[in-house]
Ligand binder design. Structure first.
Ligand code: GLA
Length: 730
């Protein structure tokens, strides 16, 4: 061995000895941090765990990046104004006007109050200004999920201005990175686009304020080292837990690696901290798998149900909603007549949608009344209490729609409290769906919004469900409250969301058992912080079943089916069987006039609801397998398997009209079953009068179904087939 080489090895050992190494580990994932010789903390590895713990120390020395640039790209939390000239995670203006920040490693500790969950805090401190940043990593061991956020402490004597304050800064080393991100508008939510990341920064973001995900959600799927595949390769699924403006930057650096910075969008949102104050960023959550997107999704679903989604492992109510059945055109009699339809159908609840309120400016269209939360005395002379009672008499529960964050200019609320409205008073107002947004940074407005719900519950203790809507984006962002309090206007976007959370905290503290649907003109709000208050969410107003196959497919990457509200409506002409089958793949509901169903349709629906009741534990709490991708095939197939592998439901659809395209010529290979168990397969949701073509007497081994598969016999006459797969014990 040459003298030179021995010297080099010694140098590496010396370097390793004095550097701090922090390992964060879940079942399959490890994130390794290491300090450099300046005490800056770098993220040196993120990926599959090594067998030998001692070998993490040598990872850093295996990379030979240019010395001058080293550290710029892979920082654990990149500051700005000093040595780093790249995209920062943190950008500060100190109380004396100085724009430089350096963050050096100080200490770290790990706490674990729950089995399976631990939180590591890494403290970084600026040696000059003493600004403290605590990086928080909450690890969910079994699920391979990490929630990551930052706390920023102003330890100066004056005000600290934060120009950028990201939640997470990751550094991933790899060959190619494939990013699947989403875009859309009303009724066209969650359109995926996959791109190979190239040098420079690719950003997904929102600047819409409220209904922030109308054009883009803060969710993505990342293929590391290769294209995203369902059952192989490294995948990271991510979501920013923030119900407002977000920004996620994917930067490919000169070494071809990926620097990911996710957080609140700093656009028009410089935030000031007074001396002694701290700011906690929202969490960025990600699920990792080296076994493909399917495994990552199942991990994310397990995590969401257990730790995040409100009552994620609990029950849900099936319902009949009147929105598409009546729109704004209803009265007491009409509603009461729909209750019996709900009962006849067999759902748990009736949900009264928009249009029940406003007197001076009745809510007879979306042009007026929003904000005036008193029952319209013409439509509902006996108020909501009467409806709750009548529903009870009919044998169903009663739920109600609200949109308490918003106001029509044509309303008494607007006349009385123009200063509660977000607007620029010297400029023309700009409306979205004829409405404006209330200023939730104002505690009085928070009280008002809380009061809308509190009054409803106080007057109607048996109210069983809330659909909480949010239809407008924020134009003319200006707060009369912040102006009065002499606080910067740039706090508005952030304080709006914080105000929303304060209201939700109060609601959940007082009403911990009420299921609530998060709706935002369709899927305009889809983040895991909002979902910590809601039991479910409305993916889209688009309920055409073919469209829904795609929308639900994409949402399934990030969200478990128990969170997905799927309604059977008259939006499309496709037969009720197809619509029902698709709605069954989540939390099922109806938005139809039951009396308009013919006898066969009614019988079919009643039977389907009974079957759903039986199978919903598998659909809601089982493992999801996306078997046939509708973007690449004329078919879509999705399978749910119970955790004990004794029951499975397989949904099969033809989604193309092209001749012969939907004929399933080959069997579909199943997943998730136990190779050593035996199964029988039955077709369910069979429309009265249709022939069964599946031989239900046969018994198959799990091994066979996992290797050869099963043919659902899809064709242009059988465009939707649902199969129940049950263990046979002998
Ligand atoms: C939004 C929702 C719909 C319905 C209407 C009522 O568009 O997405 O489901 O509640 O508002 O105005």
């Amino acid at each position: 061995m040459s003298k030179y080489l021995i010297g080099f090895i010694l140098l590496l050992n010396f370097f390793d000895l004095k550097s701090e190494i922090i390992k964060l580990q879940t079942k399959d994932l490890v994130i390794v941090f290491q300090t450099d010789d300046h005490q800056r903390l770098g993220m040196v590895y993120m990926g599959d765990k090594l067998n030998d713990d001692n070998e993490y120390a040598q990872i850093r020395s295996a990379y030979r990046y240019d010395g001058a640039n080293e550290g710029i790209f892979h920082m654990a939390y990149t500051p700005s104004g000093t040595w780093n000239l790249g995209e920062p995670a943190l950008s500060l203006i100190h109380s004396d006007g100085n724009t430089s920040t350096e963050l050096l490693y100080d200490s770290h500790m790990t706490e674990s109050n729950m089995s399976n969950v631990s939180t590591t805090s890494i403290v970084l401190i600026d040696p000059v200004y003493k600004t403290k940043v605590v990086l928080k990593y909450k690890l969910f061991y079994e699920e391979n999920v990490v929630e990551q956020w930052a706390e920023i402490y102003n330890q100066e004597t004056g005000t600290l201005r934060m120009d950028k304050y990201a939640s997470a800064n990751l550094y991933l080393e790899g060959e190619d990175f494939y990013l699947k991100h989403y875009h859309g508008v009303w009724a066209k939510e969650m359109k995926p686009e996959t791109t190979v990341l190239t040098s420079g920064i690719k950003t997904i973001e929102s600047k819409l304020g409220a209904r922030a995900n109308l054009l883009q959600p803060p969710s993505f799927v990342l293929g590391i080292d290769g294209p995203i595949s369902e059952d192989k390769g490294k995948v990271l699924l991510g979501n920013l837990e923030w119900t407002g403006n977000f920004k996620i930057d994917f930067e490919i650096d000169p070494y071809g690696n990926l620097k990911l910075i996710a957080g609140i969008n700093p656009f028009a949102s410089e935030y000031s901290l007074k001396a002694g104050e701290k700011f906690e960023t929202p969490a960025f959550v990600y699920a990792y798998s080296a076994k493909g997107a399917g495994d990552a999704s199942r991990n994310m679903h397990n995590w969401a149900r257990k730790y995040k989604l409100f009552d994620g492992e609990g029950n849900r109510l099936t319902l009949l909603n009147n929105w598409e059945a009546t729109y704004f055109d209803f009265d007491e009699q009409k509603l009461v007549s729909l209750f019996s339809g709900a009962k006849k159908l067999g759902v748990d609840m009736f949900l009264l949608d928009d249009g029940w309120f406003g007197n001076k400016y009745p809510r007879n269209s979306d042009k007026s009344g929003l904000g005036d939360w008193q029952e319209n005395t013409k439509k509902l002379p006996n108020g909501i209490p009467f409806l709750v009672k009548e529903a009870e008499k009919a044998g169903v529960k009663f739920g109600i729609w609200v949109e308490p964050e918003m106001v029509n200019p044509k309303s008494e609320l607007y006349e009385k409290h123009p200063d509660w409205v977000i607007r620029q008073k010297d400029r023309p107002e700009v409306y979205y769906r004829n409405q404006l947004v209330l200023d939730l940074s104002n505690p009085e407005v928070q009280n008002f919004v809380f009061g809308v719900l509190d009054t409803l519950f106080t007057e109607n203790p048996k109210l069983a469900f809330i659909k909480w809507d949010c239809n407008s984006v924020i134009f003319n962002a200006h707060s009369a409250y912040l102006e009065k309090m002499k606080l910067p206007q740039t706090h508005l976007y952030v304080d709006y969301v914080k105000g929303f959370y304060k209201v939700m905290e109060r609601i959940r503290a007082k009403y911990p058992n009420v299921p609530m649907m998060l709706c935002s003109g369709g899927g305009g709000r889809a983040d895991y912080k909002a979902l910590s208050y809601f039991t479910e969410f409305w993916l889209s107003d688009n309920t055409d079943p073919i469209e829904r196959v795609f929308i639900q497919w994409e949402n399934s990457f990030l969200f478990p089916s128990i969170a997905s509200d799927n309604h059977i409506t008259d939006w499309s002409k496709v037969g009720i069987k197809f619509r029902t089958d698709v709605a069954m793949m989540g939390k099922m509901g109806y938005d139809i006039v039951v009396d308009h169903l013919d006898e066969n349709e009614l019988t079919f629906s009643q039977e389907a609801l009974k079957k759903y009741d039986e199978l919903k534990p598998v659909i809601w709490r089982g493992d999801l397998f996306r078997l046939v991708d509708p973007w690449e095939n004329p078919m879509a197939v999705v399978q749910y398997v119970s955790k004990d592998k004794s029951k499975s439901v397989m949904f099969n659809y033809v989604i193309s009209n092209r001749y012969g395209a939907g004929n399933s010529t080959k069997p579909i290979v199943l997943q998730g079953l136990d190779p050593n168990k035996k199964y029988k397969i039955q077709e369910i949701n069979v429309f009265p009068g249709s022939f069964k073509v599946i031989d239900e007497t046969k018994v198959y081994s799990g091994d066979y179904l996992l290797k050869v598969g099963f043919n659902p016999v899809l064709s242009s006459r059988r465009t939707s087939v649902v199969l129940e797969i049950s263990e046979v014990k002998n």
